[in-house]
Design a protein around this ligand. Sequence first.
Ligand code: FMN
Length: 268
Amino acid sequence: MIAVDAEKCVRCGACVRDCIVEVLKPGADGVPCVASGEERFCLNCQHCLAVCPQGAVVCNGVTPEECAGIGPLPGAAELFNLLRQRRSIRQYRPENLEPEIIDRLVESLAWIPTGCNDHRLFFTVIREQREMAFFRAEMSRQLNLLIRTGIMRLVYPGYKRYLEEIAGGKDMVFRNAPHMIVAATPRSAPCKEADPWIALSYFDLFAQTLGVGTCWCGFAVHAFRWNRRLRKRLNLPPGYRIGAVLLFGAPDVRYARATRPEQFGVSS
Ligand SMILES: Cc1cc2nc3c(=O)[nH]c(=O)nc-3n(C[C@H](O)[C@H](O)[C@H](O)COP(=O)(O)O)c2cc1C
């Protein structure tokens, strides 16, 4: 429900113009309101609440006073440094991050954009490095089975060079990371392919600012999809599908410089 305080409202129309689903319209007295029966189209994006200069809009019970004010943003130069200096971390200190750091990272996920503002994403966060032992052991068991049966050579020919290391117990998948976050979506989510990747991309960049190293784990996405034992440990709600997996923890490597990557194709 969207409630506009008629005393505070100056009838500027900012909330009406910014309503993506066009449910907010000026009422007879000029104060915006939602026509009856139209509320079910509201995406709860809260743009009306955020854009109102007067703080006159309460959106689905959320008041302007509960929302953060507008603060300073990082400059372009700092952000560009962040983009250039972020590296996939595959060497981690064997220790847990402070719980407060994980809390801040998880809290930040509330602000990620999702298709149609669908907030049914589900995140499994592995907060204790000892919990990673289960995933590591099960993955190793599965990979060794694939190696013994010859399936590994057929399905993942690129991994032929690593078979001995994997058989010897090297953690080629979870990279000895102390933590992991898995993003899953319901199959009915409008943008079920994009949402998990976007969510963890935001998490990834914010993590760098807190000194936390990260690594995408595409291999684990496949592993979770075909191994029920691995998947079960994620406690997903029924009907949910794994979308993206990111490893994280305190880095045990420092980079002396940024890379100079090969350019992508660009047409303009
Ligand atoms: C979709 C995706 C899946 C990835 N999967 C893995 C993975 O399973 N294991 C791994 O070590 N790195 C993985 N990576 C990391 C890439 O190898 C890495 O981003 C790339 O080599 C560039 O290095 P940089 O991230 O340090 O710039 C993945 C990256 C992406 C975007």
